[in-house]
Design a protein around this ligand. Structure first.
Ligand code: IDP
Ligand code: MG
Length: 140
């Protein structure tokens, strides 16, 4: 157990439905702190780079189109075991398979429009945080 930082993104389907506050409350209720946050529009180029690992997947084109289709809220969450804890709060990729009470189960619309992104490892968390935030923007 250790204090970690992880990257979270509230995706376009969730910002469109005005769910930023209720999703943030889920993180805070679970003991994670939002130590940096900004609303932005990710360009197509940026999202292609962010999801580079999925380039060969059938859903890559559609995923990139969707993630650049509207505003997102990028945030750094901090707390005990933040990477795994956030994945737990988010739930499984497909909302239909996500545990009751998780963000994706409660707010996800489909396997693609699944409300939130969360880093999947400590190593990727560091890379993804750097993708969106400078050191000066992260206030612990
Ligand atoms: P994760 O977000 O739970 O880590 P990944 O496998 O890393 O899931 O996929 C990244 C994102 O790509 C998902 O959150 C979802 O938006 C989208 N995605 C994943 N699998 C599919 C699929 O089979 N069809 C359409 N979109 C998908
Ligand atoms: Mg992933």
């Amino acid at each position: 157990m250790s204090i970690q930082k992880t990257l979270s993104i509230i995706k376009p389907d969730a910002t469109a439905r005005n769910l930023t506050g209720i999703i943030n409350a889920r993180f805070e209720q679970a003991g994670l702190r939002i130590i940096a946050q900004k609303r932005l529009r990710i360009t197509r180029e940026q999202v292609e780079k962010f999801y580079e690992i999925h380039r060969e997947k059938a859903f890559y084109e559609s995923l990139c189109e969707y993630m650049s289709s509207g505003p997102v809220v990028a945030q750094v969450l901090c707390g005990e075991d933040a990477v795994a804890k956030n994945r737990e709060i988010m739930g499984a990729t497909n909302p239909a398979n996500a545990e009751v009470g998780t963000i994706r189960r409660d707010f996800g619309e489909s396997i693609e429009h699944n409300a939130v992104h969360g880093s999947d490892s400590l190593e990727n968390a560091e890379i993804e945080i750097r993708f969106f935030f400078s050191q000066l923007e992260i206030i612990e």
